[in-house]
Design a protein around this ligand. Structure first.
Ligand code: F0G
Length: 353
């Protein structure tokens, strides 16, 4: 049977009733890719859940399809969110599909180009502030309290409901839960959702429970440092967040699962980003690679043991942020004249007669 998206496929696990619109962009059902080279190199069984292959290129589609469907069901006319980019792309796309107005507040200059282009082309009303994500989130919270607009950041519980389906898929694809689930942490909604998903799936299917391993970027590691970061900074702009809304749920997920939350610096994130692309052919956006960089770090410290089965969540598509890819490679395409002989000579490194 063809895949018709999350509301259709996981209906019995979601807050859906006969009045809930069957909204879908065929989100979910993303591949779990085995990383053969890195598994061998690191002595583990490593898969990535490639959420960058969702319709708008990130895991946000899972939560957004639910949040927008429920907003529509409730008769709301507009959705509103703050975003480091991916939430806004998903909100704009699903709002367009559902025929709702979409209002977005973003930190100016700190949104990857691909994400901004998505919000714009889907017709959202985009406001860029000279502040960070945390400032923007405070503003949209107030706006939604003072108006009839529906807030669709991950403080909206339907977002978490939708996002937990990724954990169901991991268990189905692997046949059981992995020993470790590594995941980037920004506003901490996704780690909350995955943990809830693993618990629900285990209750019905005895699939086991993973240790939840969350990774913040060092320049915005509020949970790790146990303090709000007023000026968060990281190359991984998607997780450039200094006061995560689901902070306490993230700590619960780590504690209940006997996992942890740790941080990885930008250098480690970019190294993992390049290694993944060049050794495994998978192009994920920088923030996504915090999960992989984290696995590497924890294998070194021994907190993740050799021989473990690990699933690292790659939350977004590399195409979202072409600038970082080009910067990291540090080379431009070699410019040549339109001359067969010169091109062939250049590529083969020798003169052909
Ligand atoms: N990875 C990517 C690619 C993201 O876009 C985000 C969050 C995260 C990880 C972290 O997930 O917030 O649930 O802990 N992006 C949000 C946004 C904040 O606005 O797109 P989280």
């Amino acid at each position: 049977m063809s895949w018709r998206g999350l509301i259709d496929h996981y209906e019995s696990f979601l807050p859906v009733n006969s009045k809930t619109p069957k909204l879908s962009l065929n989100e979910g059902n993303t591949p779990l890719i085995h990383l053969e080279k890195l598994s061998q190199k690191w002595g583990v069984d490593l898969h990535v859940k490639f959420e960058g292959l969702n319709p708008t290129g990130s895991f946000k589609d899972r939560g957004m399809v639910m949040a927008v469907a429920k907003a529509k069901e409730a008769g709301s006319e507009a959705v509103i969110c703050a975003s480091t980019g991916n939430t806004s792309a998903a909100a704009a796309a699903y709002a367009a599909r559902a025929g709702l107005r979409c209002i977005i507040i973003i930190p100016e200059g700190k949104i990857a180009l691909g994400k901004l282009s998505q919000a714009m082309i889907h017709g959202a009303e985009v406001y860029a502030i000279k502040g960070n994500f945390d400032n923007a989130l405070n503003m949209v919270r107030k706006l939604s309290e003072q108006s009839a607009m529906t807030l669709v950041n991950s403080v909206n519980p339907y977002r978490i409901d939708g996002q937990k389906t990724a954990a169901f898929e991991v268990c189905e694809q692997l046949g059981h839960a992995p020993d470790h689930l590594a995941i980037p942490v920004g506003n901490a909604g996704n780690i909350t959702a995955y943990w809830r998903g693993f618990k629900e799936w285990h209750e019905q299917n005895q699939s086991g429970l993973p240790k939840m391993c969350g990774f913040e970027a060092s320049g915005s590691a509020a949970i790790v440092q146990n303090q709000v970061i007023e000026q968060p900074e990281t190359v991984a702009t998607a997780i450039r967040i200094g006061n995560p809304a689901s902070w306490s749920y993230a700590i619960d997920a780590a504690n209940e699962s006997k996992g942890f939350i740790d941080d990885v610096d930008d250098e480690a994130i970019l190294k993992a980003y390049k290694e993944l692309a060049q050794e495994e052919g998978v192009f994920a956006e920088p923030a996504s690679c915090a999960s992989l960089a984290g696995v590497k770090k924890k294998l070194r410290t021994g907190e993740i043991k050799e021989g473990s089965s690990i699933v690292a969540v790659l939350t977004g598509n590399g195409l979202k942020d072409p600038d970082t890819a080009i910067d990291v490679v540090g080379e431009k395409p070699v410019s040549l004249p339109n001359d067969e002989k010169i091109v062939i000579e250049h590529i083969l490194g020798q003169v052909i007669e």
